[in-house]
Ligand binder design. Structure first.
Ligand code: NAI
Ligand code: MG
Length: 506
């Protein structure tokens, strides 16, 4: 006899397979170089996996140095022949069209992200909506690249912001199309051409999007080469004709990108990991604080660089807060990310599941208390896919590995605090500095936290909010540079000073 959960598993698998069949082109998916779909020299392909079912979705060509070189050549040619001649108005128009094309098929793109990444459909829709808005934001920004004049008695000193030419971009798998947009939109607005490598776990949405915009994009302006980090990413970020590199991913790979950039003195933008604190003040309403904390931690299944992974709860409300928090965590629905009611889908890959379980194991081996979750679920689709239970861990030392290193899965570390200065010192005592949050109605407390925490983004009574226009990036080992905002244009341009003699010809 087939059990209920077996029937459910079969139903979910059939639903995913059907959707993949109707939405995805048949593979293997090719690289997009110079306006054409190419296989390159190598015939090697890899499979992009649906982490909910463990089934493969489509094959994708594995890029090598050769395809990267072709893409960089195409990008330079496009830059020199066409793109560097475009006006800001033309680039604005193109970016607006790119936004419209994405918006017109928003639901399809959201569904593709669900299939390829495993994120819940409700969150995937937010990704696409934000991506559309980022294209529109940078369409406007394209008209705002300005230089200045510098007062001088005998000289006329003028500055221009000029593009680098070709930009190399490498993006991760947690927000596949959104993070590609964060990089593409400002690079194009500033007048660069691009070679971009999506993550090997989630290449489908970007490749599908390139099909959607191929007829509006001049050849060679955006080139996409798919493949793995060492084989495809490394030749791109170390390419001698790529004077600007933008990378989002692990701190370890980010360090390699930085070293590679040293060889050619390339400019870099790095958006790396985090271990962000969320501070619950003594005046916070426990139920409201619990909702914010759940969202801070479990949004995108914890696969979020800014996730609020360290909860600092004031001792005076700890009991009430912990009850409310565990209650809210208990209500999170884990399951098929295509369901509207699902809060937590699978992690992106088996490797990420193993990494998360490894950290939970470290906590288990110490004196930590696992208050919720703590592993995988051996039942139905939850056993077949890459699912990890929402996990809450208490009684760990502030210096322990689980409390200081990025886990990147649904694992919250609970810490209590009493004295302000000591709490701030503990909150700052990690290598990362991407984000932080505070829940309080006390305005001066919020301001003090905002000043005292060393992080690029501080959220007050909210978390993980990243609208276009809000600069995003890290302090310390969380990165270099800011994305998503006007100042991002500075990351994609360089200053040229033009100095003219106004005097007697000297
Ligand atoms: P990763 O840093 O290896 O991958 C990110 C991107 O970099 C992918 O496109 C990958 O192909 C590329 N890449 C890998 N090695 C490269 C190299 N040598 N040169 C150029 N590009 C390279 O991250 P991975 O292995 O997927 O995830 C491991 C951990 O990294 C996660 O558990 C998480 O802690 C962290 N991570 C952080 C992200 C963030 O948003 N800051 C995003 C993804 C991962
Ligand atoms: Mg995938």
């Amino acid at each position: 006899m087939t059990s209920h959960s077996e029937i459910d598993t079969l139903r979910i698998k059939a639903r995913h397979a059907e959707l993949a069949e109707s939405l995805l082109p048949s593979g293997p998916l090719k690289h997009f170089v110079d306006g054409e779909w190419i296989t390159g020299r190598g015939d090697d392909t890899f499979q992009s996996i649906d982490p909910t079912t463990g089934e493969s979705l489509v094959g994708v060509y594995e890029g090598t140095k050769e395809e990267v070189n072709r893409a960089v050549d195409a990008a330079w040619e496009a830059y020199e022949q066409r793109w560097s001649e475009t006006t800001p108005a033309e680039r604005q128009q193109l970016l607006l069209t790119m936004a419209d094309r994405l918006e017109a098929r928003a639901e399809d793109f959201a569904l593709i992200e669900v299939l390829d990444n495993g994120k819940p459909i409700t969150e995937a829709r937010e990704d696409i909506e934000l991506a559309v808005d980022h294209f529109r934001y940078f369409a406007g920004a394209a008209r705002n690249i300005e230089g200045k004049t510098v007062p001088h008695k005998e000289l006329h000193i003028q500055t221009r912001r000029e593009p680098y030419g070709v930009v190399g971009q490498v993006v991760p798998w947690n927000f596949p199309l959104l993070l590609a947009t964060w990089k593409l939109a400002p690079a194009l607005a500033a007048g660069n051409t691009v070679v971009l490598k999506p993550a090997e776990q989630t290449p489908i949405s970007l490749l599908t999007y390139m099909r959607e915009i191929a007829d509006v994009l001049p050849d060679g302006v955006v080139n996409v080469v798919t493949g793995f980090g060492p084989e495809t990413g490394a030749p791109l970020v170390s390419h001698e004709r790529v004077p600007k590199v933008a990378f989002t991913g692990s701190t370890e790979v980010g360090q390699g990108v930085m070293k590679a950039a040293a060889n050619t003195i390339s400019d870099i933008t790095l958006e790396l990991g985090g271990k962000s604190p969320l501070i619950v003040a003594p005046d916070a309403d426990p139920a409201e604080a619990a909702d914010i904390a759940v969202d801070a931690m479990f949004f995108n299944g914890g696969e979020c660089c800014s996730a609020g992974t360290r909860l600092f709860i004031h001792e005076s409300i700890a009991d009430e807060f912990v009850d409310a928090f565990l209650d809210a965590v208990g209500k999170l629905q884990m399951g098929d990310p295509l369901e509207e009611s699902t809060d937590i889908g699978p992690q992106v890959s088996r490797a990420e599941v193993e990494k998360t379980l490894h950290y939970i194991g470290l906590a288990r081996d110490s004196d930590a208390s696992i208050l919720r979750g703590g592993g995988t679920v051996e039942e139905g689709i939850l056993a077949e896919g890459c699912f990890v239970e929402p996990t809450v861990i208490a009684d760990v030392g502030a210096d322990s590995t689980v409390a200081t290193q990025e886990i990147f899965g649904p694992v919250e570390i609970m810490l209590e605090w009493d004295g302000y200065d000591e709490m701030v010192a503990r909150a700052n005592n990690v290598d990362y500095g991407l984000a932080a949050g505070v829940v309080t109605d006390d305005l001066s407390f919020a301001h003090r936290i905002a000043e005292d925490i060393m992080a690029g983004n501080i959220w007050v009574n909210t978390f993980n909010r990243l609208p276009a226009g809000q600069p995003f990036g890290g302090y310390k080992q969380s990165g270099i540079g800011r994305e998503g905002a006007m100042e991002t244009l500075r990351e994609y341009t360089q200053t040229k000073s033009i100095t003219m003699n106004l005097g007697d010809g000297q």
